[in-house]
Design a protein around this ligand. Structure first.
Ligand code: GLY
Length: 355
């Protein structure tokens, strides 16, 4: 098993990564949360039938009372009603400040479990047990928690670092192909913004990483290490962490305009492609580098553009929480493995996106 240490300003914790990581759950929870007596396991209807029993027996084996909260799978349920349901379950079961929440599932689940934990009794511990590639390499690490509202994705939330992230890479075997592919949107993003070695590894693997357990574990580890280094440098998104938003300013607009039917990682890939094209037009990114990055996206079955108009992107982006004052922080990649944060006004962003 591999360990990545996250040194966030508010909390230090481990991310455990490996084929049988789940077998360490009981021991780790006992060590990290010795006073806990109850745990709310938050999961959803696709994941719970596969792994809830396994997680429950691990937690019961250390004497915890396990209460589960299973919501209907899907981004459309990442809302305040589900959070209220979690709060009520914990209140009814008499949870105290030393009890804990565990998030078992993809990014929607870990975001919501973290948000429920951050707000219940003004904050209790959360253990994240991601089951999707996207949640392993991105959502479960770094403490961003929250819900969507009709005006936008993740508009309400809190920074709340987990006490532990446990990533059992054998869980990836049961992921539907499309869900695995969506995770590759965030994996390729890390390669583009900061990790040339990861870029080379993905290129060399030629699109075939799913069936090689050791390679997959290594790729998850490289991604978590990348994310951990960024979060350790800037927990609250005031500087370097913003580079993780490469492709997201555009991607979030595409995702929201689709009524959240297009998967997040796929929209991020489209957003990255659109920004790459704009960088090439602006003369800051070499055409060959852009082609290499787009080829990598295609190799992992991701799209590289969308028919959204520059006007729709700019208007949508102005409602995004990443806007500060009158400017937007747009993340550019002008060289493979290096990102730049560029402040643009609405007019500048529109011009940048316009052919
Ligand atoms: N997913 C981007 C971040 O954690 O900052």
């Amino acid at each position: 098993m591999r360990t990545v240490n996250v040194l966030a300003a508010s909390k230090t914790y481990d991310v455990l990564i490996g084929k049988d990581a789940v077998t360490s759950l009981g021991t780790e929870v006992k060590r990290l949360c010795p006073k806990a007596m109850k745990v709310l396991v938050v999961s959803e209807t696709n994941v719970a039938p596969l792994y809830l029993d396994k997680i429950t027996s691990q937690l019961e084996s250390i004497g915890l009372e396990v209460i589960s909260y299973v919501f209907e799978a899907g981004e459309q349920n990442k809302n305040i009603n589900e959070i209220a349901g979690m709060w009520n379950k914990m209140a009814e079961a008499g949870f105290t400040r030393t009890d804990i929440v565990a998030g078992l599932g993809g990014g929607v689940t870990t975001d919501m479990a973290g948000f429920a934990a951050s707000t219940f009794l003004r904050g209790i511990d959360v253990i994240q047990i991601p089951t999707s590639l996207l949640a392993m390499v991105d959502a479960s690490v770094g403490g961003k928690t929250g819900i969507d509202i009709p005006m936008g994705k993740n508009q309400v939330g809190a920074f709340w670092q987990p006490a532990l992230v446990l990533e059992d890479t054998s869980f990836l075997k049961t992921l539907p192909d499309g869900v695995f592919t969506e995770g590759m949107g965030e994996v390729t993003k890390h390669a583009f913004i900061m990790d040339l070695a990861l870029f080379d590894k993905l290129e060399k693997a030629n699109g075939n990483i799913r069936d090689d357990e050791d390679l997959l574990e290594e790729i998850v580890y490289m991604n978590v290490s990348d994310k951990a280094s960024v979060v350790s440098a800037d927990e609250t998104d005031n500087g370097r962490r913003q580079t993780l938003n490469f492709g997201h300013t555009v991607g979030h607009v595409i995702e929201r305009d689709s009524g959240f039917t297009k998967p997040h990682g796929v929209c991020v890939a489209m957003g990255m492609g659109i920004i790459m094209d704009a960088c090439v037009r602006a003369g800051t990114l070499d055409k060959n580098d852009a082609e290499k990055m787009k080829n990598l996206l295609k190799l992992y079955k991701l799209p590289v553009t969308d028919n959204i108009t520059p006007e729709a992107i700019v208007n949508g982006a102005l409602n995004d929480k990443k806007k500060r004052g009158d400017t937007l922080s747009v993340i550019l990649v002008n060289k493979i493995g290096e990102a730049e944060i560029k402040k643009m006004t609405k007019e500048e962003f529109l011009e940048f996106l316009t052919v």
